[in-house]
Design a binder for this molecule. Structure first.
Ligand code: XMP
Length: 328
């Protein structure tokens, strides 16, 4: 067992590259001790926590780590490609890429209830991951991107800590949790010291059900594409305008209704695209980021001309409460 399960009360906050390097060196020897010559499995989403865990394990045990990246079709534009590029191409990871897009979208077809959508995505993810795990021989460990706030929140009864949950009863692995005692900002410091790209390490929060909750109601492939393309434009423009890393979270939503518009002298009947950009410290209360008029005009122009199916752009200027961050 990894001996460090609890954050020592006197542990210095990792705020510098030197402290991050020290943590990495310590973890590498602990991981080698725990894992020996056995194999470790990791569900690698490409989010901050699982990416840092992957990079640490690759440094410690190389190809004894098997990463499984499940593309459920609800990821942002370019994400699966980046996971393959960074981990398989640049770090020589043993990476299993699973294209499960049709499987997820077929299961979600016609499902309108938000909680039902979340359940389907969660269950299907476990099923796909378990199927891949069964194909592999000699796996004894399961690595997870559990971080210290997960432990604190689950102890306080705020959030069930279910990173581990869900795998079938007969699949018993010993857990490997090399960022378990770190706060999020420390995970980022460690990720940076490990050489992960900034847009992976400093990325904004992204919900587990992904773009699925930004395509309210029944998910269709065309509307999902409109969410993905408009989100990519928004992220590109925020990066260009120095807002990346400054604004807590920003995204687009394409609701399931249409309105009349006009394009090239012809009537259109298309969806609106809603832009939401918010700031917060604890996500219990959020305020809205007010964009400049120039940026608003530019976003409206780009999204209505470049994204098929969109003829209107709306801005959500509602704080939380009364609105939540996500739409469902
Ligand atoms: P809400 O909508 O509850 O969002 O105000 C607060 C924060 O949580 C994220 N979020 C989720 N994250 N699975 C996740 O992993 C989810 O189902 C989920 N729903 C919301 C949301 O993006 C925001 O940062």
């Amino acid at each position: 067992m990894n001996p460090i399960l609890v954050r020592p009360a006197d542990m210095e906050r990792i705020t510098t590259a030197a402290l991050a390097e020290k943590y990495i060196e310590e973890q590498i020897s602990l991981l080698r001790e725990q894992i020996g010559d056995k194999k470790v499995l990791l569900a690698l989403s490409g989010g901050v926590d699982s990416s840092v865990v992957a990079a640490l394990l690759i440094k410690a045990v190389g190809r004894q780590l098997v990463c499984v990246h499940v593309n459920h079709g609800l990821l942002r534009k370019g994400e699966p490609e980046q996971v393959i590029k960074v981990f398989r191409d640049e770090m020589n990871a043993d990476l299993v890429y699973v294209d499960a897009v049709d499987r997820f979208l077929d299961k979600l077809a016609g499902v309108t209830d938000p909680e039902q959508k979340r359940k389907i995505i969660g269950k299907e993810f476990i099923d796909v991951f378990a199927e891949e795990a069964r194909k592999l021989d000699g796996i004894e460990f399961l690595a997870q991107g559990t971080i210290w706030p997960d432990i604190l929140e689950s102890e306080a009864g705020i959030k069930a800590h279910h990173n581990a949950g869900g795998l079938p009863e007969d699949m018993k692995f010993e857990l490997v949790e090399p960022v378990r005692i770190l706060f999020k900002d420390e995970v980022r410091m460690v990720g940076k010291a490990l050489g992960l790209p900034d847009n992976m390490v400093f990325r904004q929060p992204f919900p587990g059900p992904g773009l699925g909750v930004r395509c309210p109601g029944a998910i269709t492939r065309d509307r999902l594409e409109a969410v993905r393309e408009s989100d990519a434009i928004l992220r590109e423009e925020f990066a260009k305008n120095g807002l990346e890393g400054k604004v807590w979270q920003y995204f687009t939503v394409v609701p399931d209704f249409k309105s009349t518009g006009i394009k090239n002298g012809k009537r259109t009947f298309d969806w609106p695209c809603i832009i939401r950009a918010i700031n917060t410290t604890d996500v219990m209360e959020v305020t809205v980021e007010h964009l400049s008029n120039e940026l608003i005009d530019h976003l409206v122009k780009r999204i209505t001309t470049e994204v098929p199916g969109i003829n209107r752009v709306l801005f959500d200027y509602t704080p939380k409460p009364p609105a939540t961050v996500e739409y469902e």
